[in-house]
Design a protein around this ligand. Structure first.
Ligand code: GDP
Ligand code: PGA
Ligand code: MN
Ligand code: MN
Length: 609
């Protein structure tokens, strides 16, 4: 039997409730050793993981690892929100009774960490001192060292964040057991994986994956699912899959903060990281706050505030290059201690490569292995066109490595929110940007976000679907209540944010090229949105929002011809058809507030329906 008390003493973990929790799960999972970790242990853990062959060197202070080939993305159908309240069942949360799921997960986990170390990761999903700090503390237990290395980058990890908490419920219990990945029947009718958040007990039980989105429990399970449940149950805050950025207009000295939701792998990280102020003269300065999660609340001064609970970036590698996202490349330079997962790797030179890093793959293929670990030189003719890197391959780096991270990114006060935007991959219908000034209509717009699913969710790539506020995979409580909670929180703010819907992904139906250059150029429509909020431009009113005129958009240094006219236009016929789909979508939600239906009818009426 492992001496848990001694291990916890050595790790400086004094909180009685946490100690009891660790002891209980160490016994159940049958781990051989228990070890408390903090960010200060990173160098040692890296050395151990290199020694054990779990990671490989990828340049100075850079590391590479591969996950099991059936374990490369979040699994939505295996993800469950369980509670003791049947009324918590929603359309998207795959609700199950806690009384059914807890024993089931305990059975899966029983003895499943035998022979392994159970790492104890005390973490905080907030800048220390945040008004939401009491919802942000947690302790992940994992039997996977690579998960520890990722958590140290993505969250603030130290026993001091939890030692002084003085009641049972003041930290999230987050248990991760990897399981025997080669025998879990991933994607078959006998799938053994379960990713369960027991939301009203603030307990997360994930079994059967070591992929980040399923295994970094501070990030997605706590940072999004548990957080949004707590935000609703307390009536105090919103938790969303949002990026968060700041734009300073150096001419007026004014600073704006914009946050917004796009489904996974639809451009949040790129938008927050890589806007190109240099393209617009020297007038603007853009700062990075967060790329995947924002918690929003109304401060004592009545303003809407937002903060990024994370400490790092878990970015999609594909198409990251010096043109699309130079900032991302800077943040994974040698010496940054960044991790790469499921990209291609050269075991001789220790280089990494992914599709779109350079125009063509390396011409000298000696030593290169694809994301499955197969040598490129041994590929058959049939396999020649397969990607070298998995489309959902990732880099992981800390916020401090991002060159334009905001100076105040750790300020517990958070930042005042001026605008909330929604977007996604939509090949037609959605223009470049349409602004919405009415709050109910903005919330309605978020609820009817329709976009193509991506490779960040297993097996759904390319499927068109509604993804309310981009929270569909993370929704923890019923959608009607979710809409009401949105209206309540934004309703309490004395200064209302402006809303907008953006789309960087409209395509030419004939040759399929993107009509908008995207990436660094996405700053241009955001500047217009701020000007609209300030009353400096008027735009064109349409039934679905205000659209910029060609003249109002700053197009300096950008060559774009009639493609721009197409993305600044509304196809009303297509929109009328969309309204019917929206009606069906919203009708699924019990208790949807009347204000949302009113907004829907107003838009429909303006479209002549
Ligand atoms: P996130 O998962 O929402 O954070 O999305 P990312 O910013 O990581 O982007 C996902 C994928 O979309 C990457 O392959 C990006 O290269 C690509 N992408 C991001 N922004 C744009 C854009 O403005 N235009 C185009 N065409 N692709 C983009
Ligand atoms: P993403 O984050 O939104 O940047 O893809 C990870 C995820 O949502 O799975
Ligand atoms: Mn995400
Ligand atoms: Mn991202």
């Amino acid at each position: 039997m492992v001496d848990v008390a001694q291990a916890l003493d050595e790790g400086g973990l004094t909180n009685k409730y946490v100690r009891d929790y660790v002891a209980e799960w160490a016994e159940l999972t049958g781990a051989d050793r228990v070890e408390v970790v903090s960010a200060a242990d990173d160098a040692r853990l890296i050395a151990e993981a290199l020694e054990a062959g779990e990671i490989q060197p990828a340049g100075e202070g850079l590391y590479y690892s591969r996950s099991y080939f059936k374990d490369t993305a979040r699994s939505e159908e295996r993800t469950i929100v369980a509670t003791n309240r049947p009324e918590d069942r929603g359309i998207y949360n795959n609700w199950r009774p806690a009384s059914e799921m807890k024993p089931l997960l305990m059975d899966k986990m029983r003895g499943a960490s035998a022979g392994k170390t159970m790492y104890v990761i005390p973490y905080l999903m907030a800048p220390p001192g945040s008004p939401l700090e009491r919802y942000a503390a947690g302790v992940e237990l994992t039997d996977n060292r690579s998960v520890v290395l990722h958590m140290i980058r993505m969250a603030r990890v130290d026993a001091s964040y939890i030692n002084d908490l003085d009641d049972q419920d003041s930290f999230v219990r987050a248990v991760h057991v990897t399981g025997d990945l080669e025998n879990l029947g991933q994607g078959t009718p006998h799938d053994q994986r379960y990713f369960v958040t027991v939301a009203d007990e603030r307990t997360i039980l994930h079994f059967g994956s070591s992929y980040g989105g399923n295994a970094l429990l501070g990030k997605i399970a706590h940072g999004l699912r548990q957080g949004s449940y707590d935000g609703w149950a307390s009536g105090k805050f919103l938790v969303e899959q949002f990026m968060l950025l700041g734009i300073t207009d150096k001419e007026t000295g004014k600073k704006y903060h914009i946050c917004g939701g796009f489904p996974s792998a639809s451009g949040k990280t790129n938008l927050a990281m890589t806007l190109a102020p240099d393209a617009l003269g020297d007038r603007y300065y853009v700062e990075f706050y967060g790329d995947d999660i924002a918690w929003l609340w109304v401060g004592d001064d009545g303003k809407l505030y937002g903060m990024n609970p994370e400490n790092g970036v878990f970015g999609v590698a594909k198409d990251t290059n010096a043109d699309t996202n130079p900032t991302a490349l800077d943040s994974i330079e040698p010496g940054t201690q960044a991790l790469f997962t499921n990209v291609a790797y050269n075991e001789d030179t220790h280089e990494v490569w992914w599709e779109g890093k350079t125009k063509n793959p390396p011409s000298e293929i000696t030593g290169w292995r694809d994301w499955k670990g197969n040598l490129i030189s041994e590929r058959s003719e049939d396999e020649a066109d397969e990607p070298w890197a998995h489309p959902n391959s990732r880099f992981t780096t800390t916020l401090a490595n991002v060159p334009n991270v905001a100076k105040d990114f750790e300020d517990p006060k958070g930042v005042p929110i001026d605008a909330i935007i929604f977007g996604g991959r939509t090949r037609d219908r959605e223009p470049l940007i349409r602004a919405i000034t009415d709050v109910a209509e903005g919330v309605y717009d978020g609820l009817t976000l329709g976009a193509e699913a991506t490779f960040a969710a297993d097996g759904l790539d390319g499927q068109l679907r509604y993804d309310p506020m981009s929270m569909r995979p993370f929704m923890s409580y019923p959608e009607g209540a979710y809409a009401a909670h949105w209206l309540k929180i934004i309703g309490e703010a004395t200064e209302k944010p402006i809303f907008a819907h953006v789309n960087w992904f409209q395509k030419d139906p004939e040759d399929g090229h993107f009509l908008w250059p995207g990436y660094r150029e996405n700053l241009r429509p955001l500047i217009w949105l701020m000007q609209l909020k300030n009353g400096e431009v008027e735009g064109n009113k349409t039934p679905v929002g205000i659209i910029p005129t060609r003249e109002e958009l700053n197009l300096d240094g950008l060559e774009i011809g009639e493609d721009l006219d197409r993305i600044l236009a509304i196809d009303e016929e297509r929109w009328r058809q969309e309204m019917g789909f929206r009606e069906g979508h919203l009708s699924q939600f019990d208790g949807l507030p009347e204000e949302i239906w009113e907004a829907h009818r107003r838009v429909a009426g303006d479209l002549g329906l």
